[in-house]
Write a protein that binds this ligand. Structure first.
Ligand SMILES: Nc1ncnc2c1ncn2[C@@H]1O[C@H](COP(=O)(O)OP(=O)(O)O)[C@@H](O)[C@H]1O
Ligand SMILES: [Mg+2]
Length: 326
């Protein structure tokens, strides 16, 4: 199947007064048309910086490098600012983590949604824009769209705000949507509804999705492929089935064991992972996970592991390398 997004050796660093912050440090992945890749990892691993790199929405102090960054066959690294603006909305669009930071509090929903339609279809009349706006609001499950379209963001509940964000990001019918922790701020029932909605819309529009989350529970609901990220690197990657049921990396295993209700017997305590993600200004020598890894050996603290590949399943861990060499 055709690859919609291809990323090879992407690096996103930030120049700061304290030094170079290596937020994303050489990651590669791709997404096929109509498929979902979940990028999973704890807070601070570089997931949002990865999405902002795809969207070309990085601050001025960012240094972006990639051997390949193709969206819909177009080379993003060679685009002009105008081409980047045209790409956003139609080729790629993003649902942000916290809708209040990306919805403008000063404008009614009607204006914010209308602007997206106007930007991408300059010939639409006011009436057509209004009708399309109502249509998409109702498609994302907003009841009484005629009323809600007049609201300011703060007048909507968290769930409705998230749905409004989804409507705005889908208004130009993008072929790839990045959903950056789209359900983190929501309660469990609404989380499930939003994931269902994303899955339905994906089928309807044959969209690709890059789903970003720290929660493996969410991943199991929706992903085809999974990439596990730790301290700016991808440590394990493969199909949902392989990464979930046959995890190789100790970090992946620990993340899966911290999902409520999964692989935990009654009476056993949920494991959270002791320690914290290293500061990308001061990365440890060797494997970046080694300081927190119960299985780490001497070599893990000295050398960075490369990628071991078996079939389409990839892992960056000396333990697996050892096993495969035996
Ligand atoms: N503009 C920036 N300047 C310097 N450091 C940044 C900047 N943006 C993000 N970072 C750092 O990059 C790392 C990864 O951040 P982020 O991608 O937001 O993590 P995640 O989304 O996985 O929680 C963090 O340590 C963060 O502090
Ligand atoms: Mg984030």
């Amino acid at each position: 199947m055709a690859k919609y997004l291809e990323v090879e050796n992407l690096k996103t660093y930030f120049k700061t007064q304290e030094g170079i912050v290596k937020s994303v440090d050489g990651i590669s992945f791709s997404i096929e048309e109509g498929k979902t890749l979940a990028l999973v990892g704890e807070s601070g691993c570089g997931k949002t910086v990865t999405s902002l790199s795809m969207m070309q929405l990085l601050p001025k102090n960012a240094i972006l490098e990639a051997d390949k960054l193709l969206i819909n066959g177009k080379d993003v690294m060679k685009m002009t600012d105008t081409e980047k603006r045209e790409m956003r909305g139609t080729d790629i669009s993003m649902i942000f983590q916290e809708p209040m930071t990306s919805l403008n509090p000063a404008y009614r929903i009607e204006k914010q949604l209308g602007e997206v339609f106007k930007l991408h279809n300059p010939n639409l009349s006011k009436k057509e824009i209004y009708e399309k706006s109502l249509q998409i609001l109702s498609r994302v499950g907003i009841p009484n769209p005629e009323e809600r379209i007049k609201a300011y963001p703060h007048q909507l509940s968290g769930g409705l705000r998230q749905r409004t964000m989804i409507a705005i990001s889908l208004a130009a019918q993008p072929k790839l949507v990045i959903a950056d922790e789209p359900t983190t701020a929501l309660d469990v029932t609404i989380q499930a509804q939003i994931l269902e909605l994303l899955k339905d819309l994906q089928k309807e529009f044959n969209m690709s999705i890059l789903l970003i989350t720290h929660d493996f529970g969410v991943v199991s609901e929706i992903a085809d492929e999974v990439a596990v990220m730790y301290a700016g690197k991808i440590v394990e990657q493969g199909s949902l089935y392989e990464v979930f049921n046959d995890s190789w990396h100790p970090y992946t295993k620990r993340l899966i064991n911290s999902i409520p209700g999964i692989k935990v017997n009654r009476g056993e305590r949920l494991e959270s992972i002791p320690g914290t993600v290293p500061n990308p200004l001061r990365l440890p020598e060797g494997c970046r996970f080694a300081p927190r890894c119960e299985e780490a050996c001497e070599i893990c603290h000295k050398k960075e592991p490369g990628m071991t590949k078996i079939g389409e399943h990839l892992v960056s861990c000396f333990l697996k390398e050892g096993q495969t060499n035996e």
